[in-house]
Design a protein around this ligand. Structure first.
Ligand code: GLU
Length: 549
């Protein structure tokens, strides 16, 4: 029996040979230096902030080198896959501006000549290559039952040995073809394992673009490549797919770093050129002094949706992730506050090589605050409306009812050299501007933050006098001069210096008068520019508010 016939018995019904597949996936025609990267999630339905980081880095390196970044769905672990998992990943990533050149690129659109890009649709391909290994005597059928495997595991644990099928544990490695076929004919279940040519005592040098060169023990485990249901393992599918799809750079989480010797060996025995690897450190969290990985189970902020629901602009999240991706990005952003991420050149050498990057929420919110402060009034209006449409019906109604008025509010202390930074996220907006809408102001149980002047009579006196002289057509200087005149009239210092020198000569100062007007109008002792607030509200409404007191 030829090796080919033997391989046909072990893996029957395979439609194409590996040589045919090689022809179906020709070299890509790309310029020198162009990177082909891929984001390869398992469709578990949950989009982790770390997934956003990885896919972002994948996309950036491809884009900045004129290459390709494709999306490959790794669904060989059917137990972990959920229905609509793929759509939910694509929609979430698209929402953050992460797009792919190939694979499923949107809810309904597929692109690319190197597909299928879903592993469960590539079953025949993996088997064709497994057959190649069987023919070359580099893989074999292993009949170890669940019970036998469990026994081996227990023995290894007990005697503190490495786990896995290697050396004397690789029992079926040298079964003859005849014995193997007899057991198959006997109905025994089997899987395909490689015959690892490695020795654990050999140290190999592995190169990682982020972690540098490392010494690791060579793989000697007879790794499973095809499971008993005919589905490949992640390791095998990775090697075949990245070879056929001509991935130049595998960028992935560093939980896969320890599998690298295994993967390099698979590339070697398959006769493939291995891609370059870049393993990204995970996002971590300081949990009461212990640094641990950001966990999907324990940390709500691990889900990308946590931030979208809170109204953090997606651009700010991406800017923050860019600071995590490359340590010099932040400095660049300080120099180019209006710069686009597209203008920054990412470098593997500037990625954190350590075991984790602390997920720094205050920094994320700070970036977000700065980002929102640079938006125009129209942009803030649109984005707040977008947020309110999903999460705040009342605010949505108000924004739709008073668009120009709302924009005037958003324009206060905006578009100036040092814009006001009131909002960290769109969910903050309502809490900062509610008093500008009578609908909200009137229904509120008001807590007036009177400061130094609390005497009701005095407050009334100040407000009565003020409303007499206030005109909404005054320019800011006239407006302020009128307040000063009022101070003089009522016995308050219009000049702060004079007040500080002789506080006893006055009832208070211009600051106290302004505060009374501010609090009576808004209930708040701190607000954006009072002149603007009064002007936007208009004299009639200001008067109404004074009358409430
Ligand atoms: N499917 C793997 C995961 O979700 C991806 C690993 C890789 O990028 O190779 O972790």
């Amino acid at each position: 029996m030829t090796n080919k016939e033997y391989a046909d018995i072990l893996l029957p019904g395979v439609k194409h040979t590996w040589e045919e597949y090689e022809k179906m996936y020709p070299e890509r025609d790309l310029p020198e230096g162009a990177m082909v990267t891929r984001y390869a999630p398992s469709p578990t339905g949950f989009v982790h902030i770390g997934a956003l980081l990885t896919s972002f880095i994948d996309g950036r390196f491809a884009k900045q080198t004129g290459g390709i970044c494709y999306l490959r769905i790794e669904d060989t672990d059917q137990e972990r896959s959920i229905e609509n998992g793929v759509s939910s990943i694509i929609n979430s990533l698209n929402e953050f501006g992460i797009t792919f050149d190939e694979g499923q690129v949107s809810e309904t659109e597929y692109k690319g000549n190197y597909g299928p890009y879903i592993q469960t649709e590539r079953g025949d391909i993996y088997k064709a290559y497994a057959k190649k290994l069987i023919e070359e005597d580099k893989a074999y059928a292993s009949f170890l039952s669940k019970e036998e495997l469990e026994k081996i595991r227990e023995e290894q644990m007990k005697s503190k040995q490495r786990l896995g099928i290697y050396g004397r544990y690789a029992k079926d490695r040298n079964l003859s073809k005849e014995e193997t076929i007899a057991r198959i004919n006997n109905g025994e279940s089997y899987i395909i394992r490689i015959k690892s040519p490695g020795s654990f005592f050999n140290k190999i040098k592995v190169n990682d673009l982020i972690k540098g060169t490392m010494e690791m023990p060579e793989n000697d485990i007879d790794e499973v490549i095809i499971k008993s249901d005919g589905i490949p393992t992640y390791h095998f599918a990775h090697a075949i797919d990245d070879h056929l799809m001509h991935t130049t750079h595998v960028i992935r989480g560093d939980e896969w770093l320890s599998s690298l010797p295994k993967h390099l060996q698979l590339f070697e025995i398959l006769g493939f050129k291995a891609p370059k690897y870049a393993h990204i450190a995970p996002l971590t969290k300081n949990d009461n002094g212990t640094i641990r990985k950001l966990s999907k189970r324990k940390d709500p902020e691990a889900a990308v949706s946590y931030f979208t629901e809170d109204g953090v602009p997606k651009e700010a999240i991406m800017l923050y992730l860019a600071t995590v991706a490359n340590s010099n990005f932040e400095g660049w952003l300080d120099q180019n506050p209006n710069g686009s991420i597209d203008d920054f050149k990412f470098d593997f050498k500037k990625c954190s090589a350590s075991s984790g990057s602390l997920f720094d929420l205050p920094k994320l919110y700070n970036i977000s605050k700065n980002y929102i402060s640079r938006l125009t009034k129209d942009e803030v209006y649109d984005r707040t409306l977008e947020y309110a449409t999903k999460y705040d019906e009342e605010l949505k109604e108000l924004l739709l009812k008073y668009p120009d008025y709302s924009k005037e509010i958003f324009n206060i202390e905006r578009q100036q050299k040092k814009p006001r930074k009131d909002y960290e996220k769109f969910s903050d907006v309502k809490g900062q501007i509610w008093y500008m809408f009578d609908e909200l102001f009137n229904k509120e149980d008001k807590n007036y933050e009177w400061q130094s002047i609390t005497d009701k009579e005095e407050i009334k006196n100040i407000l009565d006098n003020y409303i007499e002289i206030y005109s909404e057509s005054d320019d800011k200087e006239t407006w302020f001069n009128k307040i000063k005149e009022l101070c003089d009239k009522l016995g308050y210092a219009s000049d702060m210096k004079a007040y500080k020198e002789n506080p006893d000569n006055f009832k208070g100062s211009v600051a106290d008068i302004s505060t009374v007007i501010r609090v009576a109008t808004t209930t708040k002792s701190q607000t954006p520019d009072l002149y603007e607030i009064l002007r936007i509200l208009g004299k009639e409404r200001v008067k109404e508010r004074f009358n409430l007191l």
